[in-house]
Write a protein that binds this ligand. Structure first.
Ligand code: PGA
Length: 240
């Protein structure tokens, strides 16, 4: 199971200490051997975090990257090879918080291709808005996001899909188990052999229900991942 911590635009150097608790927990609990933990901090923390976690089981990822893996005159941007260079192994691409800032499926496709070229593993986010859910067009939207986002990518072995309904992110809401299982099945049907994670308001309470949805391969955790106690609780309960 994957447990991916998306810190979003939170955290300074002192936040790195909070990972000590998680490292201590991993040493103690043998059942977590199967847990793959990835921290995606803001870009400013990737390098120090990767150094800190170098000989541990935890990997580091970024939250976005530029569409070009080469250097260029793009003020304020960071590309996939630069992320790899400072120790990132993963990158989240297509998060709804970036889609809402104007990132479209075509740009996401270019970013995914560039990340793969640089040797990063991609956590590709898809999800419908509340309006789309109400219109019952969830599968149509997901299909569009996947077919454009993954266009002309033949080798998908370094791609993990994260299903994150936009209406569930940061709201405390989660889809009901039946709907979620069906949607994850739909995504897996379109992408044979790819891992599919769920993200959106995962917390130590709802994990008891979410962990029983057997086709889910892990979780992308925002708010709760910034609190080591909550993050540990989520991992612990998944294996209990
Ligand atoms: P949340 O965020 O857990 O705070 O809802 C999840 C995400 O945006 O990846």
């Amino acid at each position: 199971m994957f447990f991916i911590a998306n810190w979003k635009m939170f955290g300074g150097l002192n936040s790195l200490n909070s990972i000590n608790k998680v490292l201590g927990f991993l040493k103690k609990f043998k059942s977590t051997r199967l847990a793959k933990i990835i921290y995606c901090p803001p870009n400013t923390l990737i390098c120090p975090m990767a150094k800190k976690l170098k000989s541990t089981r935890i990997d580091v990822g970024a939250q976005n990257c530029h569409k070009s893996e080469s250097f260029g005159a793009f003020t304020g941007s960071i590309n996939s090879s630069m992320l790899r260079n400072v120790g990132a192994k993963y990158v989240i691409i297509g998060h709804s918080e970036n889609r809402s800032e104007g990132e479209n499926d075509k740009l996401i496709n270019l970013k995914i291709k560039s990340a793969i070229k640089s040797g990063l593993k991609v956590i590709f986010c898809i999800g419908e808005t509340l309006k789309e859910k109400r219109k019952k067009v969830t599968n149509k939207i997901l299909n569009k996001q996947m077919s454009i986002g993954l266009k002309k990518i033949r080798n998908k072995k370094n791609i993990i899909i994260a299903y994150e309904p936009v209406w569930a992110i940061g709201t405390g809401l989660v889809p009901n188990s039946k709907d979620l299982r069906k949607t994850v099945d739909f995504i897996k049907g379109k992408n044979k052999n790819l891992k599919v994670l769920y993200g959106g308001s995962v917390n130590p309470k709802n994990i008891n229900e979410l962990k029983n949805i057997k086709n889910i391969d892990g979780f992308l955790i925002g708010g709760a991942s910034q609190d080591p106690k909550k993050f540990i609780d989520i991992i612990k309960k998944t294996y209990n």
